[in-house]
Design a protein around this ligand. Structure first.
Ligand code: AMP
Ligand code: MG
Length: 378
């Protein structure tokens, strides 16, 4: 077991445990955010035939005078024109045989004939082109492109099934009454949403009380590809996730040099990979963002690395990368960052009031005007 590892080393250690990589075929209506598991070739030219990009008349550019002989629209069979003839044409209609130009509707039939308002067969894609590659996240545009290429279903990675467990005697499900000393359980809901965002299938479990036996029974009952717990991984007497993993599981690393988010652990429980996330809400969210997501689904990062000019002072952390919550916006030709709320790791509001985090290197305090690395959260 390694302790107090860097974020990069944590991901590397987790990579030594393989994630599942089976594939399935899904219809395009279910493809959103899925990850393509094979290169996809186009079954057709795009466009499949020369067609008009505008409403107007299809004509021969060499003619001086023209008479209208018919009309063609998108979906019509290709028509034909001869010398001095014009066909009224709608956007998307096949160019009539013999025509090579379009007169725009607003110019009238006596207007200028343009040869550039024709969308040529195959100008976007040729049959056989690979336009979507393995690992592509199926965004709305990628889904439309797959359809354009003639695919009704596409091969995607099977969604990893991830069990999400919160631990703690103090936790109460939202909607129920809070008793003295209790708080609403919140981590699991955010973690499930994060999992969905990176193409996984969250399996939300009941809250587990601080008891070694209950935790063991719960872990043994799971059927999943990954276990995500929150809480119970620090040095406390009742931090049973750490204690159980130490005694009966296998820990590969414990503690990461980041703040917030210091105490996570990673290992396996009877062969199933397990991430023990810290209980503090900001910590669990950021450890997921920085370590779990890059390991589980490198194709779907939860943020973009940027450089920002600070408007407020930001305090660093001794020996740890410091992830202060910042609001990133653009000003003149630069990204700037401001801070707005209390930065405690228990304050999940700080993750909503801001849209990014600093990636302040260990032992560095930054001042207004400094340009620093940051993660702009998606
Ligand atoms: P722990 O890591 O179990 O010591 O928890 C650290 C802090 O996070 C404590 O204040 C807990 O009450 C809080 N916490 C733990 N789990 C959750 C959760 N699922 N939702 C909200 N807060 C939590
Ligand atoms: Mg706890």
């Amino acid at each position: 077991m390694e302790t107090l590892v860097t974020i990069e080393r944590a991901i590397e250690i987790a990579r030594q445990v393989a994630t599942i990589q089976t594939t399935e075929s899904v219809p395009l209506t279910e493809a959103h955010n899925r990850i393509l598991s094979q290169d996809l070739i186009s079954k057709v030219d795009d466009p499949p035939f020369d067609n008009s990009a505008m409403d107007g008349w299809a004509v021969r550019s060499s003619d001086i005078e023209r008479v209208k002989i018919g009309t063609t629209a998108a979906g019509s069979h290709p028509s034909k024109i001869g010398e001095g003839e014009a066909i009224r044409i709608m956007t998307g209609a096949p160019m009539p045989e013999g025509s090579d130009a379009i007169i725009l509707i607003e110019d009238g039939l006596g207007g200028k004939a343009h040869t550039n308002f024709i969308r040529r067969q195959g100008e976007n894609l040729s049959k056989g082109n690979v336009a979507l590659r393995t690992g592509q996240v199926m965004t709305p545009a990628a889904i439309s492109l797959a359809a354009t290429m003639g695919h009704a279903t596409i091969p995607v990675r099977v969604k990893p099934r991830v069990a999400v467990i919160s631990t703690g005697d103090e936790l109460v499900t939202p909607g129920e009454e809070l008793e003295a000393g209790s708080i609403y359980e919140s981590n699991s809901y955010g973690l499930c949403a994060l999992l969905e965002k990176i193409g996984c299938k969250p399996l939300l479990q009941e809250i587990v009380i601080d008891s070694l036996d209950t935790l063991r029974t719960t872990l043994d009952s799971l059927e999943c590809d990954l276990i995500l717990t929150s809480g119970g991984v620090s040095m406390g007497e009742f931090d049973y996730v750490r204690i159980l993993m130490e005694q009966e599981g296998e820990i590969h690393f414990w503690k990461v040099a980041m703040r917030p988010g210091g105490p996570p652990l990673f290992g396996t429980w009877k062969g199933t990979p397990l991430f023990g996330l810290p209980g503090n809400p900001v910590s669990s969210h950021l450890v997921f963002t920085m370590i779990v997501a890059p390991w589980l689904s490198p194709e779907t990062p939860l943020g973009n690395n940027v450089q920002v000019r600070l408007k407020d002072a930001v305090k660093g952390a001794p020996g740890k990368v410091c992830l202060r919550r910042i609001r990133i916006s653009s000003e003149a030709d630069q990204l700037v960052a401001t801070t707005h709320t209390h930065q405690g790791s228990g304050n999940i509001h700080s993750m909503v009031a801001h849209n990014g985090v600093t990636l302040l290197p260990p032992d560095i305090n930054a001042n207004p005007g400094d340009i620093i690395d940051a993660l702009w959260l998606l």
